[in-house]
Design a protein. Structure first.
Length: 629
């Protein structure tokens, strides 16, 4: 790499042949023979070639859909063969695969009477094998690591990772030890790959490399040229605890019950590099149609551990509001997000439905120039404050990202049915919902009658909307935010506005709800159904983030930035638009504190709308409160 430029750069290059790489949602490449002047500021990057020239343009898009379908029985040995094909989606076996754009989507997985792997699937020959216990839970747990390593998975005794060169690494004796070893290995190896890759295509000033080099001595330049199997052996010679402090917060952990049908979700979980754990809880029932109150967590923690069961999971959408709700409380984790794939209504976690992933595959990708379609329905005038001035407030207030906002009020049954059937990127519903239906101006719309749904994602901000969200997923939606219980109007308005602004700032459905829970107690009554990892809008800086500001002295402030992962996956880079900062940081980490002047802080807050904690109070960077700067 000849040159790298960031914000506030001014560089000149003499006439020559150059290949320019622009980091954007789609990787852009420009090949020119010319002199070049490069100038950048807070919000733009300009190239001046001195005179009119011909340019060659190229692009590398993300591989977001499976290229083939693998069929497998529910037998662990066959499932191991199926999971072994996931690595075929990697675009490289070098450590650059730690970048999201170098990882494609694993093949789909369907249950069948016999194993079938299409001829067009070619798994990489990495020489790495994961020997897993002959148990369905264990195979599920290996999915993300097998995908990332391009490994072959086989069943056998003495769980271990082995390579063709004779290297062996023990993975524990018990099922709990095996799952823990799989998780720690994935995070450890992934992090070290992000450091090693700085010796390759992307030779950058990387903050995490400087941190880890103070604790370990590795010949990264030599290591970069080693095979993936050789790199793995060297990485695993380093204790996990050495890298734990510097690794990013992982995006997702998913608790999965051993039901065979859950295997269909494995390619999608692996695509997210989700940590996968066995779900040990059974659903705990409560009588009555209302969902849990604020203290439900205390109740559901008393649920008992389940024995492994292959019984078919109840289709919750087939007995809507039957008077009994069943809850589970997944364990607290140190990941950004938590999901549950199995029976019951999870509290504090995303209720995954395999059909939601399939719905996402069936939706056509939006053209880059298309506006994001936002539909707002207010069927309760008492909650109108939630959407007032939405076209300039909650949605559509970003100049660089076009929104097409449509607002409906007091819809009839037929009109609301038509709104649900119309294609839209996001539906924000405000109004009353009872145990059976959406309340309309002329009666009730039973969500079970919505056979055609064109809504991609949604926020159903009405009381007890969980079951209705499941119905939308069943009939075509991808993911949405729902409520578990009765929410008072004023609380619903406040939480609805908060979630909407978080989605507008590039947070996933899951992270938006998690942050709402952090800042408003009533947020505990909100949950996510379907694919909660999707976003409604892209973050203005490419990576969703929030910050904490403290006054340290007159006209001086301490800024701490917490970054989330890119909407495209784990492994992206982040650089704050602060004049004194030129280092890159790994997304998903908390950056070291920066001490800024009043003017520099003001400029930073004006770049994009992000959540801000200032002197321990919650604000948005665009709030009038910061006009004092």
């Amino acid at each position: 790499m000849l040159l790298e430029t960031e914000h506030y750069a001014y560089e000149t290059l003499p006439e020559n042949v150059y290949l320019l790489e622009l980091t954007a949602p789609i990787k852009l490449y420009v090949c020119v023979r010319s002199e070049i002047t490069i100038a950048s500021s807070d919000d733009r990057l300009a190239f001046d070639f001195g005179s009119p020239i011909h340019v060659q343009l190229g692009a590398r898009s993300l591989h977001e859909k499976p290229a083939a379908t693998v069929k497998s029985t529910a037998d662990p040995t066959d499932l191991a063969c199926a999971v072994s094909t996931f690595g075929s989606a990697l675009k490289t076996t070098t450590c650059e695969r730690s970048l999201p754009s170098f990882r494609g989507h694993p093949p789909r997985l369907e249950l069948a009477d016999q194993l079938h792997v299409p001829d067009e699937i070619e798994s990489p020959d990495t020489g790495i094998t994961i020997v897993a216990p002959p148990d369905r839970n264990a195979i599920y747990a290996t999915s993300s690591l097998a995908y990332y390593l391009g490994a072959t998975v086989v069943t056998g005794e003495n769980p271990r990772i082995e390579t063709d060169a004779g290297f062996e690494y023990k993975m524990g004796e018990s099922s709990e030890e095996f799952e823990s070893s799989i998780e720690r290995t994935l995070q450890h190896v992934f992090f070290l790959d992000t450091v090693t890759r700085t010796e390759g295509i992307y030779d950058i000033d990387f903050h995490e490399r400087k941190q880890i080099e103070a604790h370990i001595t590795l010949p990264f330049e030599e290591l970069y040229d080693r095979t993936i199997a050789e790199q793995l052996a060297i990485y695993l010679s380093i204790p996990f605890d050495t890298t734990e402090e510097f690794r990013p917060t992982w995006q997702l952990v998913t608790y999965v019950t051993p039901n065979p049908r859950n295997a269909k979700a494995l390619p999608f979980l692996a695509n997210d590099l989700s940590l996968i754990q066995t779900a040990h809880q059974t659903a705990q029932s409560t009588e009555g149609p209302s969902a849990p109150s604020a203290d439900i967590a205390a109740f559901v923690r008393s649920s008992t551990r389940s024995k492994d069961s292959d019984r078919e999971e109840t289709d919750e959408t087939n007995h809507l509001c039957d008077g009994v709700n069943s809850y589970v409380s997944p364990p607290k984790t140190d990941t950004f997000e938590t999901a549950w794939l199995g029976e019951g209504t999870p509290i504090g976690a995303n209720k995954l439905l395999p059909s939601a992933f399939e719905n996402g595959l069936n939706h056509s990708p939006r053209d880059a120039s298309d506006a994001i379609d936002i539909t707002i329905v207010c069927n309760d005038q008492q909650m109108a404050a939630e959407y007032n001035e939405s076209t300039d407030g909650l949605y559509g207030n970003r100049d660089e990202l076009p929104f097409d906002v449509t607002i409906h009020r007091n819809l009839s049954i037929d009109s609301l049915r038509q709104v649900f059937a119309t294609d839209t990127d996001f539906l924000h519903y405000i109004g009353h919902v009872d145990g059976e239906a959406f309340i309309c101006s002329d009666g009730e719309l039973d969500s079970r009658t919505l056979t055609q749904v064109g809504v991609d994602t949604f926020l159903l901000n009405g009381c007890e909307s969980y079951q209705h969200g499941l119905q939308l997923i069943k009939n075509g939606s991808v993911g949405g935010i729902v409520t578990h219980s009765v929410v008072e109007n004023q609380d619903a308005i406040a939480v609805g506005q908060l979630i909407a602004r978080l989605l507008n700032s590039g947070f996933t459905l899951r992270s938006a709800v998690n942050l709402a829970r952090t800042h408003r107690f009533v947020g505990n009554q909100y949950g996510v159904v379907g694919d909660g990892g999707i976003t409604v809008a892209q973050s203005g800086g490419g990576v969703a983030n929030r910050c904490h500001i403290d006054s340290v002295e007159e006209d001086r402030y301490e800024l701490r930035i917490s970054t989330y992962h890119s909407q495209h996956g784990i492994g992206a880079l982040y650089i704050p638009y602060i004049p004194s900062v030129s280092k890159h940081f790994l997304a998903g980490t908390e950056l070291p504190p920066f001490t800024l002047s009043r003017d520099t802080l003001k400029r930073f807050l004006q770049l994009e709308e992000i959540p801000v904690e200032f002197d321990d109070r919650f604000y948005w960077s665009s709030d009038d409160f910061f006009s004092f700067l």
